[in-house]
Design a protein around this ligand. Sequence first.
Ligand SMILES: Nc1ncnc2c1ncn2[C@@H]1O[C@H](COP(=O)(O)OP(=O)(O)OP(=O)(O)O)[C@@H](O)[C@H]1O
Ligand SMILES: O=P(O)(O)O[C@H]1[C@H](OP(=O)(O)O)[C@@H](OP(=O)(O)O)[C@@H](O)[C@@H](O)[C@@H]1OP(=O)(O)O
Ligand SMILES: [Mg+2]
Ligand SMILES: [Mg+2]
Length: 363
Amino acid sequence: MEEPMKRYGVGYALAPKKRASFIQLSLVNLAKERGIDLIKIDTDKPLIDQGPFDCVLHKLYGDDWKRQLKDYASQNPHALIIDSPESIERLHNRISMLQVVTELEIDGQMASFGIPKQTVIYDAKMVSALYLENEGLKFPVIAKPLVADGSAKSHKMLLVFNKDGLRKLKPPIVLQEFVNHGAVIFKVYVVGDYVKCVKRKSLPDVTEDNLGRLESYLSFSQVSNLNTCEKNDDKYYKLMNLDDAELPPLSFLTDIARGLRRATKLHLFNFDVIRDNRVGNRYLVIDINYFPGYAKMPNYESVLTDFFWDVLNRNDKGIKSLTKGNCEKEVRVLIGNNGCGEDEGALPVSPIKMEDNENPILV
Ligand SMILES: Nc1ncnc2c1ncn2[C@@H]1O[C@H](COP(=O)(O)OP(=O)(O)OP(=O)(O)O)[C@@H](O)[C@H]1O
Ligand SMILES: O=P(O)(O)O[C@H]1[C@H](OP(=O)(O)O)[C@@H](OP(=O)(O)O)[C@@H](O)[C@@H](O)[C@@H]1OP(=O)(O)O
Ligand SMILES: [Mg+2]
Ligand SMILES: [Mg+2]
């Protein structure tokens, strides 16, 4: 007689929006066929009273949740926690997030990579054109909230064209050089050893001419996450034709992804890459996100199911590929004007532009 298939329980603790996008019936069913039951963790009840789970997936914040995970892990040493809160926290600060990129050692035969010049400002009195100049930054710059904790306000940014645009900035902020990149951003999704790059639209290039002509700043939020309907009437992006943009070499991106996995000890994240127009074959990482919108990735159901199956099986065999048991303990990580205005190249006003009073980094 055939042995019954071993079943695994994967508990997930996600905010309602993330749950709605990620936990689709197609994923639940495919995982079920492979012996993996996806089970919702009730965040109103103590984690310790739920399960038992072979694996806990999570994207929640705060000390209470961290404590709950720690208690769960110490009472269920066999359970995998994907990923450790301490590792995830590095991505909650836009400086420590990109610092890790600068520490990667990768043999860049095909292309080079780095991060844009940036500086952090904690004190409003420090915001000045002189300070920027001393830090080696030139206009235009992007002002980003220092904290990237998943809140709506942590995505609200400002493209600053000149010194007038600096006046109203509210620290703590990161000021990062805006690099022309042909209005295309590459989102590189990482799921364990799997790496997938997709193209999205981004902010259009800024010309010297623009700098003098425009308002002193532009507020925007999650420009690469606008929905298809918003993209439709967008002349600028039609003109530059996203379809024609060439992807960076996959093996190069895979090397960066592997390096980031090693350095961060994370398994579920994506990073945003732009091609620096000033230099041939140079790429800049501008953002890293924990547990991003995987449902937007082609075949996300099978990619995620394969990942669950792989880590659960390795765990059964005693291969410590993930943070296991005590989630603070370090364990070996296996590596395996509607988008345009009338002029070509003019900066978008809507839908990218948002009201100033909605932007928390503006006084
Ligand atoms: N240094 C830069 N040079 C040029 N464009 C940039 C730069 N930094 C950010 N951008 C543009 O601004 C957008 C938002 O920046 P970023 O990715 O840092 O924000 P985010 O809110 O963390 O994004 P996500 O929704 O991916 O989490 C990018 O997708 C890109 O279009
Ligand atoms: O909203 P989606 O599911 O698409 O995912 C987005 C995700 O939002 P959510 O985690 O609240 O869902 C964001 O996370 P926070 O920074 O806000 O934590 C961030 O990672 C975006 O980059 C993701 O979009 P993507 O990068 O994949 O395009
Ligand atoms: Mg981003
Ligand atoms: Mg981000």
